[in-house]
Write a protein that binds this ligand. Sequence first.
Ligand SMILES: [Zn+2]
Length: 374
Amino acid sequence: MHGSLAQAFSPDYLAARSRFRAAASALGLRLESYTIGAAGPSGEDLTIDVTLGGVEGASRVVVISSGLHGVEGFFGSAVQVALLEGGLAGWSPTSRVGLVLLHALNPFGFAWVRRVNEDNVDLNRNFLLHDETFAGSPARYAHLDWLLNPRFAPSWLDPFVLKALLTILWYGMPELKQAVAGGQYDFPRGLFFGGHSPSTTRRVLAEQLPRWIGDAGSVLHIDLHTGLGRWATSHLLLDRGIPEVRAERLRECFGADRVKYSDPVNGIDYRVRGGLGAWCQSLFPDRVYDLVCAEFGTYSPVWVLAALREENQAHHWGSPGDRATRDAKRRLMEAFVPRDKGWRAVVVAQALELIACAYGADYAPQSCVIQRSR
Ligand SMILES: [Zn+2]
């Protein structure tokens, strides 16, 4: 069973989208497509695809989204395809729990193998709330700009990992990761740039999400990500805005050791400005909208950051056809979607178990705890 789950990965965005659409159609689920107005490498129109199921007026909805960080869509799409092709992990189209699958929230990054969108925007920093402005950066980010965003094409004469390790020793890891990855709005060509205005993806969600979830009073949204945490392990990260009583419910559902509040000091992550979760809740202030960021680990943070930096450098300062650019894309792909078949099978299996838990019951059963795979 696990071995075949590695087959759910597609070689590129177009293949992934076709497979997603075909699998949803085969089940008779409703499909919608939203163009973002940018083209892929073969000139194809890039779209956010959505499939919906469940009875009219479901009181509870489960949302599974993929590819908010473009390249991570290879993994998220594989999970959604495995779910659709493999029996829906216990859900049925006549279920009283609604199911919404959002395929490729950042189709540009998926198609071009980037984390960011067509405007170099990290979409999980673009969802600022109505009283926040698209400006500002962590104080240390400007100090680190020289290290993170070099203004020349990738070169062997640029020992990033050594420089990064020395910088970590200087600042300490918690402070550094917060300054680097928390989100910035002042360096448009830099890493973790949140944009200067709402993205197309955000506009599509603002317009359509109310219709997709209908009258449901309770929404559980799993947003699939990779690149954070130890190899082939998973964590569910909660926004600090989710009240403790709901966090407890999520721990009962998914397992206490797996569900964590965002914790830059002791945890694997960092506090994010402009994250999707708090924004979704703000759209529906009188309902329960719990978004968990499901992170599946690949390589070490420095390795992942090195890959992000190199691809961003090649994108802005290299040439598209250069070998250095192709190598940078290949390394980014490996950092977020390792080729290793074992990794692929294990993380998809873990994600399917999480999804089964999500709609399995009213967040309740103690038995709904994920088994650790290693
Ligand atoms: Zn991500």
